[in-house]
Design a protein around this ligand. Structure first.
Ligand SMILES: *[C@@H]1O[C@H](CO)[C@@H](O)[C@H](O)[C@H]1NC(C)=O
Ligand SMILES: *[C@@H]1O[C@H](CO)[C@@H](O)[C@H](O)[C@H]1NC(C)=O
Ligand SMILES: *[C@@H]1O[C@H](CO)[C@@H](O)[C@H](O)[C@H]1NC(C)=O
Ligand SMILES: *[C@@H]1O[C@H](CO)[C@@H](O)[C@H](O)[C@H]1NC(C)=O
Ligand SMILES: *[C@@H]1O[C@H](CO)[C@@H](O)[C@H](O)[C@H]1NC(C)=O
Ligand SMILES: *[C@@H]1O[C@H](CO)[C@@H](O)[C@H](O)[C@H]1NC(C)=O
Ligand SMILES: *[C@@H]1O[C@H](CO)[C@@H](O)[C@H](O)[C@H]1NC(C)=O
Ligand SMILES: *[C@@H]1O[C@H](CO)[C@@H](O)[C@H](O)[C@H]1NC(C)=O
Length: 472
């Protein structure tokens, strides 16, 4: 279970191609606005999503795929050997200095949120991770320090509710050991660019650095890994800012009735219904897993989540607990992933209410981003580096607000880097990297635009009257 041979999707890549091509696969879309034929899922030729990666070993996510390949388990991120300066800086037509970096990322890979209603045939193993949890009096108070307790999940056989529950040593959806290790690498790669190459990050976290997570343990666990990768030798605690769960502006935590109703409207359109009708044969073929429960058939989300978590952490696709020779196939998984990609583009880009939906999901956090940018613009920012550890449902709407041309499901560790460059004798310019590369948007490639323009792009998604909108 801990190591498996990687399937055909991975075998496609030759070592020779590694690191040369900067693929545009992050932005690929092959779908029309409406998917109304089963063919869109089964026929790989228009999508050819087989140049993407959906598998990783338990302990490693290294692949030979070219940099920039869409890798759901470990999305590309800035890395010194492939990092390019903004064009006008590289060709020395301007002299500019990086003055602010806001790095927003999804947590690293994890177990699933959604267990199959039909039952799970493989337990998740988290004995290889120690999920620490303890509170300590702050520095000024008397010792001793607390015991370093960690969470160790088990299932008591006498628990009357355990019979139909997958016995596992994980709290779903906790981070996996592969997620923690990927976090170290992600942080190390960020240091290679923003520490070593650009000399921008300080040698240790200080008053100019600021970290934030959602209220979810998963993002906090991710932060520990990534920050250690950035600063391998730093000792001592580091604050990870969080908003109170009831009003957190990330992870859809704040109350917003309109968010629910607009989503219902979006998923009640002919386009949405058509994509589900086209998926009916696929969902029926997997009904042993879903038991036809609507959680698994009103969207591709639950199946995709269940399959991704298995494939990204060294497990096999699930089998029917009542007939272990009936298993989900890689072809079915790929159809599920294609449907999932379509849904992300539909939610945040192509449906007529995408703007309103984005406001109700992410508006308040986008407003916080704008404030940060404005503070840099007017020279009052005390922070030079903010790093936010969030979710796919934060990355998606922010990318949508930035006008990304095609949004595929933001994979594990997917990231948006907002770089602000102060040009000598001129104003501040912005660059937006999406998973390591300048973001391709309806406004063009965001490689070098005036900061004021970036703020203008984001502003409509952060309405001042969001509380009224939410209550409307
Ligand atoms: C199916 O989608 C295509 C392409 O978007 C569209 O031209 C066609 O009218 C749709 N057909 C139906 C029956 O909705
Ligand atoms: C990937 O897709 C291409 C064309 O879309 C096809 O020729 C190739 O056989 C596919 N490879 C796999 C491993 O499915
Ligand atoms: C440098 O790059 C910018 C942006 O691509 C371009 O407009 C400019 O002409 C280039 N200058 C030189 C000297 O190559
Ligand atoms: C974060 O969002 C997910 C849905 O994406 C939800 O299931 C989860 O409960 C949220 N986390 C917390 C701690 O509320
Ligand atoms: C869905 O759309 C139908 C037809 O347009 C409408 O009658 C129904 O009220 C809608 N349901 C919701 C929940 O919006
Ligand atoms: C799910 O629905 C399909 C189509 O109605 C049916 O053939 C199948 O038996 C159902 N499966 C389960 C497990 O309910
Ligand atoms: C178990 O699944 C296999 C593969 O789908 C199928 O051929 C077989 O008939 C099933 N066995 C039973 C008892 O349903
Ligand atoms: C600078 O921007 C911040 C954030 O938007 C704002 O709070 C502050 O009032 C601004 N200061 C000046 C001097 O404009």
């Amino acid at each position: 279970m801990n190591s498996r041979t990687l399937g055909p999707i991975m075998a496609l890549f030759s070592t020779a191609a590694a690191l040369t091509a900067t693929s545009n696969v992050l932005y690929k879309t092959f779908y029309p606005a409406s998917i109304n034929s089963t063919g869109w899922y089964t026929n790989i030729s228009p999508g050819s999503f087989n140049d993407s990666i959906y598998q990783a070993d338990t302990y490693s996510s290294a692949t030979n795929a070219p940099y920039g390949t869409y890798d759901y388990c470990s999305m590309p991120h800035p890395r010194a050997d492939v990092y390019k300066l903004p064009e006008p800086v590289a060709n020395k037509s301007v002299r500019a200095e990086l003055v602010y970096l806001q790095y927003i990322q999804r947590h690293q890979r994890r177990t699933s949120y959604n267990s199959l209603p039909g039952g799970e045939n493989q337990p998740y193993d988290c004995d290889n991770v120690e999920a620490f949890l303890y509170a300590s009096p702050n520095g000024g108070l008397p010792q001793p320090q607390p015991m370093q307790v960690f969470g160790k999940t088990y299932t008591d056989p006498s628990n009357p509710f355990a019979a139909n529950y997958v016995k596992s040593t994980c709290q779903l959806p906790q981070i996996t050991v592969g997620g923690v290790l990927d976090g170290f690498q992600h942080g190390k790669d960020l240091w290679s660019v923003y520490g070593e190459k650009l000399g921008f990050l300080p040698p240790a976290p200080n008053s100019k650095t600021w970290f934030r997570s959602s209220e979810s343990v998963l993002t906090q666990q991710s932060a520990g890994g990534v920050l250690r990768g950035i600063w391998p030798y730093h000792t001592g605690p580091v604050p990870l800012h969080q908003q109170p769960e009831a009003i957190d502006t990330t992870n859809e935590s704040f109350d917003c009735d309109r968010r629910m109703t607009v989503l219902q409207e979006i998923e009640n359109t002919t386009e949405w219904q058509a994509h589900l009708e086209a998926a009916a044969p696929l969902f029926i073929s997997l009904s042993w897993a879903s038991q036809n429960e609507s959680d698994f058939t009103f969207s591709f989300n639950s199946f995709a989540d269940n399959f991704q978590a298995r494939l990204c952490n060294g497990y096999n696709l699930p089998c029917n607990v009542k007939n272990l020779s009936q298993c989900a196939t890689m072809a079915q998984a790929q159809e599920i992933f294609r449907g999932g990609d379509w849904e992300w583009t539909y939610w945040y880009r192509t449906n007529p209410q995408a703007k309103l939906y984005t406001q109700t999901v992410e508006g308040p956090f986008i407003a916080e981003i704008i404030q940060r940018l404005q503070a840099v613009q007017n020279g009052t920012s005390k922070i030079i580096y903010e790093h936010d550890f969030l979710h796919d449902n934060d990355i998606g709407p922010i990318a949508g607000a930035l006008g990304i041309t095609a949004l595929r499901w933001p994979g594990m560790g997917s990231n948006i880097a907002l770089e602000l460059w102060k040009v000598q004798g001129s104003s501040i310019f912005a660059r937006v990297l999406y998973s390591g590369q300048p973001m391709v948007t309806i406004y063009g490639t965001l490689d070098w635009i005036p900061l004021s323009q970036l703020i203008q792009i984001l502003q409509p998604y952060a309405p001042k009257d969001i509380v009224q909108i939410c209550n409307s």
